[in-house]
Design a protein around this ligand. Structure first.
Ligand code: UDP
Ligand code: GLC
Ligand code: MN
Length: 331
């Protein structure tokens, strides 16, 4: 099965953390398939090194951005224009079949059976079930399809400003043509659905195979308390067992030694403190966090990203960096 792969995307160090946990969850459930990560040019070297340990292939791709601020504003997710980059997964033609998974997904058991499905198989979107959610989908790499998708973007754009709008436009008969292309919801259980239909979650949630932390706040935005084995700030509802967020953090903690090794000579606090650690630049338990590494990016690019709403609050755009820049001007 060396010619089949699970594929993800991370354009920055935050999503790279998600990609690390995803890979580890796939491996711990004994996948026999290859793991491939597409990364953006701004992913830092230490993060790349960790990804290279967890993935069979790490490929740097050009960023593509819809620049469609109007549609993205409707979703209140100005950061998602860059998800057009996901479409590059069709260029991985050295694989015969792939399963794409968002970097904010977590695998709970072996899901290699997905490779029995045809292109384009996906689960319904919880917000509009006649659309598929593009956080998990089965596809066939092909340069022709890649080209056709890019043409589609140029001619029709995306109704949500992100890849999901394009893909639903392109594979427009998904809802009606072939029920075998409808993945059961348990292959892409959006954490949102837990709250919107709790009785269904209580009935079927234990069968979940993949949980998708869909939405603005991601697992790495929380703080994890190692000694308490709890995620700070999470409303702990005893009804919501199993606790997926906690599972995500337990896997992230298991990867921490790798991160520590790679970031050892960098002014980067991977976040560990005696009390716990944080998915971001560091938690404030022992004073202000040291400066994160500055990815190499021109100030023009940074300005563009800022204007597109891609603000890396915990990293390069952290207030401490802005303050440092202001100080350098004032001096
Ligand atoms: N992504 C990324 N960088 C970004 C935004 C998104 O690499 O700045 C990738 C990542 O794989 C992510 C996917 O695109 O999981 C879709 O974005 P997200 O999961 O945030 O969307 P949601 O599922 O919350 O709608
Ligand atoms: C969705 C999907 C995500 C996609 C985004 C933008 O909510 O979960 O994978 O990137 O919309 O289209
Ligand atoms: Mn997602």
């Amino acid at each position: 099965m060396a010619d089949q792969a699970f594929v993800t995307l991370a354009t920055n160090d935050s999503y790279a953390k998600g990609a690390m946990v995803l890979a580890q969850s796939l491996r711990s459930h004994g996948t026999s398939r290859k793991l491939a990560a597409l990364i953006g040019p701004h992913v830092s070297e230490p993060s790349r090194a960790v990804l290279r340990k967890l993935y069979d292939e790490v490929r740097v791709v050009d960023l593509m951005d819809s620049g469609d601020d109007a549609h993205l504003a409707l979703m209140k997710r100005p950061d998602l224009g860059v998800t057009f980059t996901k479409l590059h997964c069709w260029t991985l033609t050295h694989y015969s079949k792939c399963v794409f998974m968002d970097a904010d997904t977590l695998v709970l058991c072996n899901i290699d059976d997905l490779f029995e499905r045809a292109e384009l198989s996906a689960a319904p979107d919880p917000g509009w079930p006649d659309c598929f959610n593009s956080g998990v989908f089965v596809f066939l790499p092909s340069i022709d399809t890649h080209r056709a998708l890019l043409n589609f973007c140029t001619e029709h754009g995306s109704f949500d400003g992100g890849d999901q709008g394009v893909l639903n436009g392109f594979f427009s008969n998904w809802a009606t043509a072939d029920i075998s292309k409808h993945l059961p919801f348990i292959y892409n259980l959006s954490s949102i659905a837990i709250y919107t239909y709790l009785p269904a979650f209580k009935q079927y949630g234990h069968q979940a195979k993949v949980v998708h932390f869909l939405g603005k706040v991601k697992p790495w935005d929380y703080v994890y308390d190692v000694s308490q084995r709890s995620v700070k700030g999470q409303a702990q509802d005893p009804e919501l067992q199993p606790n997926f967020l906690l599972q995500w953090w337990e896997i992230f903690s298991s990867i921490h030694p790798l991160l520590k090794e790679e970031y050892s000579d960098q002014p980067f606090n991977t976040g560990i403190t005696q009390e716990g650690f944080h998915g971001g630049a560091g938690c404030g338990a022992t004073g202000p966090p040291p400066m994160p590494p500055l990815p190499e990016m021109s100030s023009q690019e940074r300005k563009q990203r800022w204007e597109q709403g891609q603000v890396d609050y915990l990293g390069i755009d952290a207030f401490s960096n802005i303050e440092r820049k202001l100080d350098s001007f004032l001096n």
